[in-house]
Design a protein around this ligand. Structure first.
Ligand SMILES: NC(=O)C1=CN([C@@H]2O[C@H](COP(=O)(O)OP(=O)(O)OC[C@H]3O[C@@H](n4cnc5c(N)ncnc54)[C@H](OP(=O)(O)O)[C@@H]3O)[C@@H](O)[C@H]2O)C=CC1
Ligand SMILES: O=C([O-])C1=[NH+]CCC1
Length: 266
């Protein structure tokens, strides 16, 4: 049997660029919609008595351009943050489609991070009204996904301000400083602003990205502007219940969620 090729994260990082990733993600979405790709629901293995999870995400694509049979294996270990490791680690396996033999193992951690942000960019590009002004981006969270979303969104849009709120405020400050130092790389952005208060952070936002592992509501639907586009896990809370539907019929929200459970509420 032929040797299995291994592609390291160093090689992957040299190859990734935003134009290619955003266009590949858009193409993948079209291929899934037009049934040129098979993307089954991922399987989730929760390790008992922990918050740790192993996801298996198989897929197959067959187009004029390419054919691939693969499976991404992702671990989510939230406590990795305390060990200075990413909480999400991934590997991607590619198989020979005629024999099923494993041919390639590649590091998938960076690919997963970039792919997730690119999916938000594509969703926002199509769903946010093209005539709307995209001046302020609000990011909830200050981890891996927060940073990569801040960078990815400037590839497609011309935000002027980025607001960041995080449970641990110092990390929001650190992220803003880091992004500000690289701001020449991010086009039109004039300011990255850390907020102590979620409502203040989101109230002027044209686009919001939620990138936390929180399992309780962080944003109230009344805090956001009409027409805002929200990517991510959004929980709306009313005084009566804590569910994820918008209970205020006068305040319409179209929700596109990617990182967690998907739903629309009208
Ligand atoms: N990394 C990736 O490639 C992908 C990540 N995701 C999902 O995106 C989310 C974020 O992932 P990632 O950025 O990698 O994670 P990180 O570990 O890098 O960051 C986690 C973020 O969530 C915040 N957080 C955790 N628990 C809570 C809570 N109870 N209330 C409020 N904030 C909280 C943390 O705040 P604090 O700094 O205070 O701890 C931090 O900002 C997760 O749900 C993950 O499953 C989805 C697809 C890919
Ligand atoms: O889409 C993805 O790759 C993941 N979602 C949650 C963990 C990894």
């Amino acid at each position: 049997m032929a040797a299995i090729k291994q592609i390291t994260s160093e090689t992957i990082c040299k190859i990734l660029d935003w134009k290619s990733v955003i266009s590949a993600v858009e193409e993948a979405m079209v291929n899934v919609s037009e049934k040129r790709a098979v993307q089954n629901v991922r399987s989730v293995t929760q390790i008992p008595k922990t918050d740790n999870i192993l996801f298996a995400m198989p897929g197959y694509v067959n187009t004029d351009k390419s054919t691939a049979l693969g499976c991404k294996l992702v671990t989510l270990f939230p406590s990795n943050a305390q060990k200075n490791l990413p909480s999400i680690l991934a590997n991607i396996l590619l198989f020979n489609e005629n024999t099923g033999a494993l041919e390639v193992i590649m590091d998938g951690t960076e690919i997963t991070a970039w792919r997730t942000a690119a999916a938000s960019v594509v969703a926002t590009k199509y769903i946010r009204d093209v005539n709307s002004q995209n001046k302020t981006l609000a990011i909830i969270g200050a981890g891996t996904q927060a940073k990569i979303h801040a960078i990815a969104f400037q590839q497609q849009f011309k935000f002027v301000k980025v607001h960041v709120w995080n449970r641990t405020h110092e990390k929001a400050e650190m992220l803003c400083k880091e992004l500000q130092c690289q701001s020449t790389l991010h086009g039109t952005i004039e300011e990255y602003i850390p907020f102590q208060n979620v409502e203040e952070c989101v109230k002027e936002a044209d686009v919001i990205v939620t990138t936390t592992s929180a399992t309780t509501p962080l944003i109230h639907h009344k805090w956001v502007k009409p027409g805002v586009h929200i990517n991510g896990k959004l929980w709306t809370k009313s005084s009566k219940n804590n569910n994820r539907t918008n209970s205020d019929k006068n305040h319409k929200l179209d929700l596109i969620t990617k990182l967690g459970n998907s739903y629309f509420s009208k």
